[in-house]
Design a protein around this ligand. Structure first.
Ligand SMILES: Cc1cc2nc3c(=O)[nH]c(=O)nc-3n(C[C@H](O)[C@H](O)[C@H](O)COP(=O)(O)OP(=O)(O)OC[C@H]3O[C@@H](n4cnc5c(N)ncnc54)[C@H](O)[C@@H]3O)c2cc1C
Length: 266
């Protein structure tokens, strides 16, 4: 296997352009398994790009560098103050050791249907900043995900995430078999702000996405539990597995949305 190391962003973009099939290595907590299986021809090590590890508030935006670790986000006072939803999602993420090495971009770019941090960024309507040898591109984060393990990346590196600072109510819950080192059976991230309701969750679709039909219903004037159940059925396609049945995932998710709506009234 070929090992390439980038020492700065420019070098990283050049290496990515010249080797578009090589995955990027940061913490390696997802990539390690693939490397071990011998299925990878080469990697580009970006773990030395310390300039992509930061959290800063800039006007009405909180910007998180792509390679910031989950523990750094979990303990950051600005995140705790403005985005407790993200803090809670990080609290429920893996173990202390994994949170120390795992990066935000790694979680997003691995694009797993069970990834914990995609849903919070979707409902907070983050933007993702991409860099390549051609320059910089900004996308609303939902445009990054185009299908199962299909990312809208064209020889690009994720360099940061920008989250707008808007007053909001939130709800977050990850349901799994135990308290720590937990792969979710189902999770819900939900936000209500001046623009309406935003909902997403893990483990109910081939890739994590917003629940657009449910959002539309909640933002309309007409609401009932049956209408929500029907809307949600259009938003999710949960698989049944040894972890949970489809019916379990669907009914727990519906109950969580109802619980969130109640909590927003308080
Ligand atoms: C024991 C264990 C427990 C775990 N528990 C959880 C959990 O509770 N919740 C959860 O969601 N995940 C969990 N994970 C998965 C994993 O830890 C996360 O997805 C982590 O955030 C990946 O980050 P990383 O820096 O290690 O990524 P890496 O493994 O280094 O890379 C992952 C992928 O992201 C791509 N990538 C990395 N950085 C960039 C970038 N800047 N731009 C573009 N692409 C990039 C790489 O090419 C690769 O495909 C767990 C893993 C382990 C081993």
């Amino acid at each position: 296997m070929t090992y390439l190391r980038a020492d700065n962003i420019k070098q990283a973009t050049e290496l990515i352009d010249a080797n578009p099939t090589f995955p990027l290595l940061h913490g390696g907590s997802d990539l390690a398994l693939k490397i071990k299986s011998g299925s990878i021809e080469g990697i580009i090590d970006i773990s030395h790009l310390k300039e992509l590890e930061y959290i800063k508030k800039d006007g009405e935006i909180l910007e998180i560098g792509a390679l910031t670790s989950i523990n750094t986000i979990l303990n950051d006072k600005k995140v705790i103050q403005h985005f407790p939803l993200l803090t809670e999602a990080c609290q429920n993420f893996a173990s202390h050791q994994i949170r120390n090495i795992a990066s935000l971009a790694g979680n997003i770019a691995n694009d797993s249907p069970v990834a914990d941090l995609i849903a919070p960024l979707l409902v907070l309507r983050a933007e993702v900043i991409l860099v390549s040898i051609k320059g910089t591109r900004t996308l609303p984060i939902h445009e990054l995900f185009q299908g199962f393990k299909q990312l809208n990346l064209n020889r690009e590196l994720i360099s940061s995430f920008k989250i707008p600072l808007l007053e909001h109510n939130y709800y977050y819950r990850k349901v799994g078999p135990r308290a720590n080192l937990n792969i979710s059976k189902v999770s819900l991230a939900m936000v209500h702000n001046r623009d309406g309701y935003f909902l997403s969750g893990a483990s109910v679709n081939p890739f994590v996405m917003r629940f657009r039909h449910s959002e539309e219903l909640l933002n309309s004037k007409v609401f009932s539990k049956d209408l929500l159940k029907n809307a949600l059925a259009k938003d999710i396609a949960p698989s049944g597995s040894f972890r949970s049945t489809k019916e379990y995932r669907s009914s727990v998710l519906l109950n969580m949305i109802l619980e969130a709506l109640e909590s927003f009234k308080e």
